[in-house]
Design a protein. Structure first.
Length: 102
């Protein structure tokens, strides 16, 4: 095998509509992601479904997911910065210790 994923037709259901796509993504992964979206829609409640169009509901969910992603990226950046600072401090202590040991 050449390592190139084969494209296949996959159908996912989001907000009661079925979407068929050709993709090399794992169908199970797409189903899991669709379930995340459907869960967010359910959390909005039936009132939101009655008051808003399907496109508006999906826009609200997309914005909420984008906000979650932005927050996760910011947390990751903070963890990476703390990790760099911790490693830099450890290297400085090791260098200082090695400098006094010789």
């Amino acid at each position: 095998m050449s390592g190139v994923e084969e494209k296949r037709s996959v159908t996912v259901e989001i907000a009661g509509s079925r979407y068929r796509m050709t993709t090399d993504a794992d169908p199970a992964d797409l189903a899991r992601l669709a379930a995340v979206i459907n869960g967010r829609i359910e959390r909005l409640g039936p009132k939101a479904a009655r008051a808003a169009s399907p496109a508006q509901v999906l826009a609200v969910v997309a914005l909420a997911l984008a906000e979650d992603l932005s927050e996760a990226e910011a947390r990751l950046a903070r963890v990476e910065e703390r990790t760099r600072n911790t490693l830099d401090a450890a290297i400085e202590r090791i260098d200082a210790h090695l400098g006094t040991a010789t």
